[in-house]
Design a binder for this molecule. Sequence first.
Ligand code: STR
Length: 517
Amino acid sequence: MQEASCAALMLGAVLAVLGLALFSLWRSAGGKLPHANYPRSLPSLPIVGSLLHLSSHSQPHLMFCDLQKKYGNLYSLKMGSFYVVIVNNHLHAKEVLLKKGKVFAGRPRTVTTDLLTRDGKDIAFGTYSPSWKFHRKLVHSALSMFGEGALALEKIIAGEAASMCQTLTDFCDKPLDMAPELTRGATNVICSLCFKSNYKRGDPEFESMLLYSQGIVDTVAKDSLVDIFPWLQIFPNKDLKMLKKCVEVRDALLQKKYLEHKDAYNDNSVNDLIDALLKAKLNMENNNRSKLSKEVGLTDDHILMTVGDIFGAGVETTATVLKWAVAYAIHYPEVQKKIQEEIDTKIGFDRQPSMSDRSRLPYLEATIREVLRIRPVAPLLIPHVAITDSSIGEFTIPKGARVVINLWSIHHDENEWENPDEFDPNRFLDENGNLVQAPSPSYLPFGAGVRVCVGEILAKMEIFLFLAWIFQRFTLEIPEGHTLPDLQGKFGVVLQVAKFKVKVKLREQWKDIDLRT
Ligand code: STR
């Protein structure tokens, strides 16, 4: 009798284990729990997923915004075999980024980002792990040490603004593509912070950097087919070839800077981001904590990739916002005029703008906020991944789901913004012309939570100072015979601005002043 019940028990246990194994196999193959409330899904087919239902639009942020009409503001689809949830509403976005920030702090691995970051050894595209947390903390403290709040940083930005204004003066009244100048300004600021060096106009290293950076922006992390179907790598692929080439050039440049820093390293003089990362690495190794150092991955690769991130992000994001700001200033001469009037009365012509003027120039600040609203730098942020089974609102989200925050929808939500497609800095001001803290909670230009942009403060300082310097001296117009800049934008890892020419006019008040003095 006892034997029989023992056997039954054993059989029960075996069946339970088998059941559990089968269940987890079925779940990992995309099986769904019977009573769970999953987000509404676009139709999908085996292998291709929902791709056939997505092909009509070339711009994913606009397409995902449109799809709300049919599927509501939280829906799912399949990119090949990957389950993706699209979030178009600020309440859900905040639940993902803030309330459940750690649960959704994962990142997907893709062919292109793996190539760029040596399999996720960076901060932006690396998934959530002890090593990621450690690196992010390091960068955060290094950035606040050399940047934010430090007078030195303001000096660096002002120096670059002065050099930019000098070039613009030299090219006054002729059709000029301002993009390379704006990019050089942003590059030199981040170069000073990362490497303590900078580039003169036309420097070949700078020109090659412009090229490789553009190549990376054009090809990385935009859910191209090879990211959705990694097996496509076996076929010749133009984009992938270009990305590999660009990454090679970038890596050689980073490696050179890194070795120079390693050779010249001195514990008592930590001057830039590389020094700070090297110091952390050496400290760890000297204290015989190499086991820890292995665990948190403070390898040469990690340092290089982290610097590559900060450098790439510092250049591409700031330059993009500046280009959008210039494009909108040309489209809206009345906005430009108001910015200039504010600068003229609050600063005048006897001195240059400084960070302490920020609170005195609410209209400029409101314009910057409006630019970041209407053309967010990263309209889909970077995709998040659910680290465990979780939920968003009343919907079940399975572990491994990719969660895309559609910042475009959030910044163009008609329930939150009046005429969201209209460019209007006044929406950030009250009736007395003072900045309103937050006209709508539906505004997240830098993301939020554990993955919030590490460079937010630096970016805001740069954008404010560069624009204040430019508009104090110049009026920007369309050159005769040219059309207005295209405001549509081209989707990529940043929302790119199409090339356009500007006529830079030196304002009357500056005509007799030689900027070189
Ligand atoms: C730009 C090109 C480059 O050389 C290196 C990088 C890595 C970091 C990326 C950057 C890119 C584009 C903008 C990103 C940034 C990390 C954070 C930033 C994606 C690809 C944004 O989220 C907008």
